[in-house]
Design a protein. Structure first.
Length: 155
């Protein structure tokens, strides 16, 4: 039996509990759960990264996360969505953003995850400052990330 659940949105200073997000989007009517994890990597634009500081305008960031979730759920009424984004200083490999999407069908769950992260990058007032191995740091503009060329998947 399905239960009505509002999208779960969180801006957190502590480690993201991915299992809790999965639980928010799961029940007997859900046939697919996707999880997207954005993690701190060790290189960006050819520079060695040692960590990242995430800063947010909290009330506006939470409001925009809610708006993104509402838009996606409106477009896909059976969608369950849970999003958490970190603030503060993160080390290499730590999860900075997690998105869990649950739907009766995999295509919708996958589409929702991708749409959510793309919207977050463009719309949510969360800024990241990378720390580099040379001892300096720099702010990163998420709207100016290089586009990746996707190679076709061979069967």
């Amino acid at each position: 039996m399905s239960r009505e659940v509002l999208p779960h949105i969180a801006l957190v200073a502590d480690e993201i509990n991915v299992a809790s997000l999965i639980d928010c989007v799961s029940d007997d009517g859900i046939g697919a759960v996707t999880v997207f994890l954005g993690t701190v990597r060790n290189v960006n634009d050819g520079r060695t990264v040692t960590g990242i500081d995430y800063e947010a305008y909290g009330p506006m960031a939470e409001s925009e996360l809610r708006a993104i979730a509402a838009e996606l759920v409106t477009a896909m009424p059976e969608l369950r969505l849970a999003i958490a984004h970190r603030t503060g200083t993160l080390g290499l490999g730590e999860v900075s953003v997690a998105i869990a999407a649950g739907h009766a069908h995999r295509a919708q769950a996958l589409d929702a995850s991708r749409a959510a992260i793309e919207a977050i990058k463009k719309r949510v007032p969360i800024w990241k400052r990378e720390h580099y191995a040379e001892g300096d740091w720099g702010w990163v503009d998420p709207t100016q990330q290089r586009a990746l060329a996707l190679a076709p998947v061979s069967s």
